[in-house]
Design a protein around this ligand. Structure first.
Ligand code: SF4
Length: 324
């Protein structure tokens, strides 16, 4: 399987720019739902075309080499091809974060063909039953799968992104296998982030203990089949077995100096962003070999369950596991 290693190189400074909050799915784990409600109240759901183009100008003058176009759902906007053409005119890389449903439309594919470097497409289950319950949108699985097929057919680079929830964690391996069958080059599995909401966490997220065997199953499969898998907000101390550090996205991102732009918020680095929202147990983490480049786990998780599931890694048994 090909890799996207330059994604983790500090030479490729990246800015995530949110177009807004409008979306054609209603995922149970959606982190922007609350922000979306506030934006609707403020009548500022999505950036207007000229506002978005100005954001692009700003990050380009900052020396950014890659823009992640994200939302909400970027592809549902009428000006989506205009935005892609505009970024493309600067010759910088474009990553598109999407639910992939509109990519099932071949007219849209024709307009953006060869202009996007990487498509990050979200599948939240291995079949219609699970995926459509997570997205709360009927026919979303079939459209997303068709979207992935269309992008692969035009030679596009696809990364798969699955957010863990109580609805899908037992089928993570099947979802990974489906991505692989569809020709996806890289797979991300992310632990959900509730921006501090404890009730959300109780309702949506399984515990690290619950997901552990399923995550270890995916990692074992990825190693055996040379699959480029990345875990987001799941750390070595949350698992029992020792796995190579390159599978932990938090550590690789930390080294990439990524920049962020949320609608209505200022830029910050990945490090600043996660430092605000993640927590460590210093008495334990000080003893951990990863202490210097780890920001810990989402603070709402520690508020609900404490630090029980943080067990410092004091020894690496296989030194080759430390290679990125
Ligand atoms: S530094 Fe702390 S939170 Fe990070 S991996 Fe080690 S024990 Fe876990």
């Amino acid at each position: 399987m090909d890799t996207n290693d330059k994604l983790y190189s500090s030479k490729f400074k990246t800015a995530d720019i949110k177009l807004g909050y409008g979306c054609n799915d209603k995922c149970v784990h959606c982190v922007v739902e609350k922000l979306r409600d506030i934006a609707i109240q403020n009548k500022h759901l999505d950036l207007k075309t000229d506002e978005y183009l100005k954001e692009i100008d700003k990050v380009i003058s900052d020396g950014i080499k890659r823009i992640v176009v994200t939302g909400g759902e970027p592809t549902i906007r009428k000006d989506f091809p205009i935005i892609i053409d505009y970024i493309n005119s600067f010759g910088i890389e474009i990553f598109l974060q999407t639910n992939g449903r509109f990519l099932s439309n071949s007219n849209l594919i024709d307009k953006i063909k060869n202009k996007i470097n990487t498509y990050i497409i979200a599948l939240h289950g291995p079949n219609e039953t699970i995926h459509d319950i997570v997205t709360q949108s009927s026919n979303s699985f079939n459209q997303t799968v068709q979207g992935i097929k269309n992008v692969v057919k035009i030679g596009g680079n696809v990364c798969g992104k699955t957010v863990i929830s109580k609805l899908n964690y037992k089928t993570l391996l099947q979802t990974c296998k489906l991505y692989n069958k569809l020709g996806v080059k890289e797979i991300y599995i992310a632990y959900p982030h509730s921006s501090g909401e404890i009730d959300y966490l109780k309702k949506i997220a399984p515990t690290y203990t619950q997901i552990k065997p399923y995550i270890e199953q995916c990692l074992t499969w990825a190693i055996e089949n040379n699959i480029n898998l990345k875990l987001e907000s799941i750390l070595p101390c949350n698992l029992d077995k020792e796995f190579p550090i390159k599978y932990y996205y938090d550590f690789t991102e930390f080294l990439a100096q990524k920049k962020y732009k949320m609608l209505d918020e200022n830029y910050g680095s990945w490090e600043e962003f996660t430092k605000m929202d993640k927590k460590k147990d210093f008495s334990k983490c000080q003893k951990c070999v990863f202490n210097n480049f780890c920001n810990g786990i989402w603070h709402e998780y520690t508020n609900l369950y404490g630090f029980e599931q943080i067990r410092p890694i004091t020894k690496i048994h296989d030194k080759s596991n430390l290679k990125f």
